[in-house]
Design a protein around this ligand. Structure first.
Ligand SMILES: [Zn+2]
Length: 412
């Protein structure tokens, strides 16, 4: 226990209390409360709070900082369960493109709104949303979720020709490049430069598939033919290169405002380059397992000291957008990773990558009051984070129940 009170009381506030409060993964308050005023945290304490207009008692479980899902594709929610993930990555990509093209934008939009409700119901307060069709900005703005809405470009030209401007705030607009094996280096450099000028985060998939590695390091193969079939000529891309990481480093994409998503193929020199650049790595292990039967080298990433965050990726490759599910999968897949470290990735790690670390990621006075509650059982503080990270959802539809029965993500 670090201390039992982080700041003095105040009037006109709402007090949220529960059996436990996670201030950060290593600071747990038993019988804790969070005092909120004007949408911000004013005080974290334990015991009986004094003053305040209203006390909301959620029960014996845990109040924790809202989770951060640093990588989503809400435009793909309509494809849930409709794309085969076991026939190889190339098949999955083609199947996804074809099936998405058959769906009306309104159907994609409606499904994305259901996805947003799932995100809110499972304790998440911020997202890094990748939008390739430009459909999801409005529903996200309406939802109250914080984070970054990335307009993604792919191929050899920038898809978004409208005048683009980043808008600082709880939901920031920015740009993303799809990946180095799908997007021309000059396009990636231009997108990144725009984001850099606006001091906005930039996101890109990196080192995900065998197809990507093979194409970038040989400049030949089926992926080249696939791109040609879509009218994309890669002769001027400067390939082959040593590795996807070295390629992005050489064209100036890596810095502390860049989020690298997946990074399944990276040796130690690659990891050192990422670390020295300050770039963040977003892991989507459930998606990686489904599409590639491969997981990132988490141990190497932690030892190298890279800032790590977690994302669910899309419902075209995973069965839920729940970060509770993602943490449980990481915990099961990497038994050597401390639960506190996994929880840090799902909270402050994501907030840092999205540029929200002064507003979210931990429960400290002055940050936004983005809280969540889960009805865990714990008798000691040392069990709380472990119980939360390993929360066992009996089945897919039950995942929202603990939130329905009491508090859910609190957006104020
Ligand atoms: Zn993705």
């Amino acid at each position: 226990m670090a201390e039992n009170r982080l700041q003095g009381g105040c009037q006109g506030s709402v007090i949220h209390r529960a059996g436990w409060v996670i201030v950060d993964p290593w600071t747990i308050f038993p019988n804790g409360y969070v005092r909120v005023e004007d949408g911000s945290i004013r005080e974290i304490g334990q015991g009986t709070p004094t003053g305040g207009d209203e006390i909301r008692d959620y029960g014996d479980g845990v109040i924790f900082p809202a989770l951060v899902n640093a990588h989503t594709h809400l435009e793909l929610c309509a494809l849930k369960g409709r794309i085969a993930t076991h026939k190889g990555f190339g098949f999955w990509v083609r199947d996804l493109i074809e099936k998405r093209s058959l769906l009306d934008p309104n159907a994609l939009l409606e499904a994305s709104e259901i996805g947003i409700r799932e995100i809110l119901a499972t304790g998440c307060g911020a997202v890094g949303e990748i939008s390739s069709l430009g459909l999801t900005l409005e529903p996200l703005q309406k939802s109250g979720l914080a984070g970054v809405w990335f307009r993604e470009s792919l191929g050899d030209r920038i898809s978004n020709t409208e005048k683009w401007e980043s808008q600082p705030g709880n939901l920031q607009k920015s740009l993303a490049g799809h990946a180095p094996h799908t997007t021309a280096p000059k396009v990636l450099a231009e997108l990144k430069n725009w984001a850099r000028v606006q001091n906005a985060p930039f996101s890109i998939h990196l080192a995900e598939s065998d197809e990507e590695i093979s194409f970038l390091t040989t400049a030949e193969g089926p992926w080249k033919d696939f791109l040609l079939s879509r009218g994309i000529d890669t002769k001027s891309w400067g390939l082959p290169v040593g590795s996807p990481v070295r390629h992005l480093h050489a064209i100036g994409i890596l810095d502390n405002r860049t989020i690298l998503v997946h990074v399944l193929h990276a040796d130690q020199p690659d990891m050192n380059i990422i670390h020295e650049s300050g770039a963040h790595v977003c892991l989507c292990p459930r998606s990686n397992d489904a599409l590639h039967r491969r997981l990132p080298d988490l141990d190497r990433m932690i030892k190298t000291g890279v800032n790590l965050c977690l994302g669910t990726d899309s419902l075209a490759s995973v069965s839920s957008l729940s970060m509770i599910d993602e943490m449980a999968f990481v915990s099961k897949s990497f038994p050597m990773a401390a639960p506190e470290r996994i929880f840090q990735m799902a909270t402050l790690g994501g907030a840092t990558a999205l540029g929200l670390d002064n507003q979210m990621g931990t429960l400290v006075p002055g940050k936004l009051a983005r809280l969540a509650y889960l009805d865990i059982q714990a008798s000691m503080g040392s069990q709380v984070v472990e119980a939360l990270v390993n929360f066992n959802e009996p089945d897919e539809t039950a995942c929202t129940l603990p939130f329905q029965s009491g508090p859910r993500t609190v957006l104020q």
